[in-house]
Design a protein around this ligand. Sequence first.
Ligand code: SF4
Length: 210
Amino acid sequence: MEIPGWTLRPTRALRIAGKQGAFSRLSNVFSTLMMAGFAVELRTVVHQQNWNLLPDLADYIATRLPFVEVWAIMQLENIGYGRMNWAHSFKDTSTDFSQLGRSVNLALGRGIPTLLYNFPLCSLPAHYRHLAPPTISDWKNKFLDECISCGLRSACGGFFEWYKPSLGFRGLLPAETKIGVGYRAKTMTMRNQGDIRHEVNDLLADTEAE
Ligand code: SF4
């Protein structure tokens, strides 16, 4: 089961959404999932508003949610609300990887399997690229002219079809050496727990509606 991590708003993060009660409800969701034995993939989209909160979130996950199967930290997609708020929300992690790097280090160091979704490999420091599987589906990804001779292409998910280079990454570093991507999210295993799934989805819907 996938939980949209941006609804996890302990303490200061409540300022982003201002949804009182959302955090306690989501905590209940996690308790239910854990007791039911679900494999949980927690997803967090990086944006300017949560940039400085990421290390705290990593600490929270490592402390309170050690059972998560994967913490997937995702780049913003330039479509829908992401497009509407792009100028205020997109965080160029190719020029500033600081908080993201701290968060990944903290989570991995404390045993949380952590992956980076939707990051072109050349947008990442070399020693974090093995954490970034090609997560953009074939039908909605694209490659740029710079990708033609890139040695990382076979392991890279490229860009979203609607990515605009003029508004996107400023620090891409296409590479000529190949790497292996030896770390993939494990396929989530879910038992037949339909009733619990409905209960959790109801709780999540309540959380989002607040
Ligand atoms: S230049 Fe290489 S690493 Fe960068 S997006 Fe293109 S294929 Fe991926």
